[in-house]
Design a binder for this molecule. Structure first.
Ligand code: F6P
Length: 520
């Protein structure tokens, strides 16, 4: 990035802009016209960014200098861009409904069969009763995507669909509290794990198997309550998943990009196969836009480039995600993995360390709740943060009361982004609002499978755009491996009750736990 001409130009432009107040940029009456882009179903307003037309042009030049378009073509054609693992990152192939890969189509058929069996109450448990509850056991990408989507689309649940539940935390309490409410005779588990070696998922699945065995008592029929979803067929079989109950995907699907694969089974169960394919279609239309639209009109590329401007030239290290719809409750959590596991890296593709910032710290919450929680920092804190407001034109209903709530919601969203931009002077320092906090507003038509597919793909491509500029591989995640290895060593020490070889802090904490445990 630093060796581009655009980088020097942008550094100079950032310098010149230092004393410019965001609100003064709105003296230009055409600012919104100039700094918003649309595509069918979505609009990006980036007029509340500290951007001028010169900066915009240089960001576009930066994208051209790093050959963003070439990288997009390589991504979508399935080239092995994940070079540290020798794999493609071909999630876009999972949503190409008009030209599907044969192996993808085969999995759609298998998913459709399971969905049909569940909806028609043909799939029955050990006592012959139909399945009413499906529990997804998975973590990270094998949990967050399906959890986020099924929560967002709950209102569109197919009437005959079983309820879906999600379990991910290895402490076991989340699983226990769900199991306490379920009937084993009518419960199906989906063990979702790309690797089928993740200890979190396997330990929970083992507990679920024991629970099921305690009730049904028969080790052969019990396995009719477990579907496996993985790239690792031998491991699924070893664990006992029956061949007809195995769904597959492939190493070219990254965990955090896997909701579009058979990992999305719970989405298909809730929404029906058609609903699942509508989600894929929304994402595919965003893929086409990303590949075909010029950078100047390209929503994901622009969101990515604006993020680069804020991160590398304005030195902002925080990114807030603020959806104004409670159905997007899990969206920020989903993006935390997508963005930070992808671009939270300090190594360039060739192994050189970066000497510039990469992924900012990203967090978020449904806007109206967050207003009463952390917006204080956004309005009067010492940190400069970039925010994405996400708003939908349609609310959750059409009656008068629903319309009133939607108007209130829109008013609050617009009030907050405006307040962050303009601030307010006051002689009382406690009531002084500096403003000058930058934001995007993404406006979509409604929360449905199609628009959600678009929105998620938009952020996937934002992440990819930034990775190209930062010259990093967004598709590996070596950083999470060290903790897993150390956890296994510490588990061993706990089981042996032998902590002397560990560091002082770890020893001290373990000793306090042991004193407490053996005193009680
Ligand atoms: O530890 C990180 C990670 O590998 C994520 O990338 C992945 O989504 C998650 O763990 C779960 O992995 P798996 O689906 O293989 O169980």
């Amino acid at each position: 990035m630093k060796n581009t001409q655009a980088y020097s130009q942008l550094s100079q432009l950032a310098e010149n802009l230092q004393t410019t107040d965001l609100k003064s940029l709105f003296d230009d009456e055409n600012r919104f016209e100039q700094f918003h882009v649309t595509m069918p179903g979505a609009m990006l307003d980036f007029s509340k960014q500290k951007i001028t037309s010169e900066i915009f042009n240089q960001l576009v030049s930066l994208a051209k200098e790093v050959d963003l378009k070439g990288w997009i073509d390589r991504l979508i054609s399935g080239e092995k861009l994940n070079h540290t693992e020798g794999r493609a990152a071909w999630h876009t192939a999972l949503r190409n409904l008009s030209e599907p890969l044969p192996e993808v189509e085969l999995q759609w058929h298998k998913m459709a069969y399971i969905v049909h069996e569940l909806h028609s109450k043909q799939m029955r448990g050990y006592s012959g009763k139909p399945i009413y509850d499906v529990v997804n056991i998975g973590v990270g990408g094998s949990d967050l995507g399906p959890l986020m989507v099924t929560h967002a689309l709950e209102m569109q649940k197919k009437p005959d669909a079983p309820n879906v539940h999600f379990v991910s935390t290895l402490d076991g309490r989340q699983l226990q509290s769900i199991l306490a409410k379920l009937n084993p005779e009518t419960t199906l588990f989906v063990v979702a794990s790309k690797s089928f070696t993740t200890i979190d998922t396997l330990s929970l699945a083992e507990t679920a198997k024991e629970w099921m065995l305690d009730h049904c008592g028969c080790s052969t029929t019990v396995m009719r309550h477990f579907i496996g979803v993985s790239t690792n067929v031998p491991k699924m079989s070893e664990w006992g998943i029956l061949p007809d109950y195995q769904l597959e995907f492939w190493d070219w699907v990254g965990g955090r990009f896997s909701l579009w694969s058979s990992i999305g089974l719970t989405i298909a169960i809730q929404q029906g196969m058609e609903g699942f394919k509508t989600l894929l279609q929304g994402a595919h239309d965003m893929d086409t836009h990303f590949q075909e639209a010029p950078i100047e009109q390209n929503l994901p590329a622009l969101v990515g480039l604006i993020g680069v401007w804020n991160t590398n030239f304005l030195n902002l290290a925080g990114q807030a995600i603020l959806p104004y719809d409670s159905r997007l409750k899990h969206f920020a959590g989903y993006l935390e993995q997508l963005e930070m596991e992808s671009n939270g890296k300090h190594t360039q593709r060739d192994g050189e360390f970066v000497d510039y910032r990469t992924c900012p710290i990203l967090w978020g919450e449904v806007g109206p709740n967050a207003q009463h929680a952390f917006y204080q920092l956004l309005h009067q804190g010492t940190e400069r943060v970039m925010s994405d407001f996400i708003l939908f034109k349609e609310g959750q209903g059409t009656d008068e009361r629903a319309q009133f709530h939607q108007n209130l919601n829109i008013a609050n969203c617009l009030a907050q982004s405006r307040a962050m931009m303009v601030g307010q002077e006051s002689d009382d320092p406690h009531k002084h609002y500096p403003g000058n906090q930058v934001s995007n507003t993404l406006l979509l038509d409604r929360v449905d499978a199609y628009h959600l597919g678009m929105l998620v793909a938009l952020y996937e491509h934002k992440v990819f755009t930034q990775s190209v500029v930062w010259n990093i591989n967004p598709f590996d995640q070596w950083g999470v491996e060290l903790g897993k290895k150390i956890a296994l060593n510490i588990l061993d020490s706990i089981e042996q009750k032998q902590a002397d070889h560990l560091d002082g802090s770890t020893q001290g904490i373990l000793k306090q736990i042991w004193e407490h445990t053996y005193a009680n």
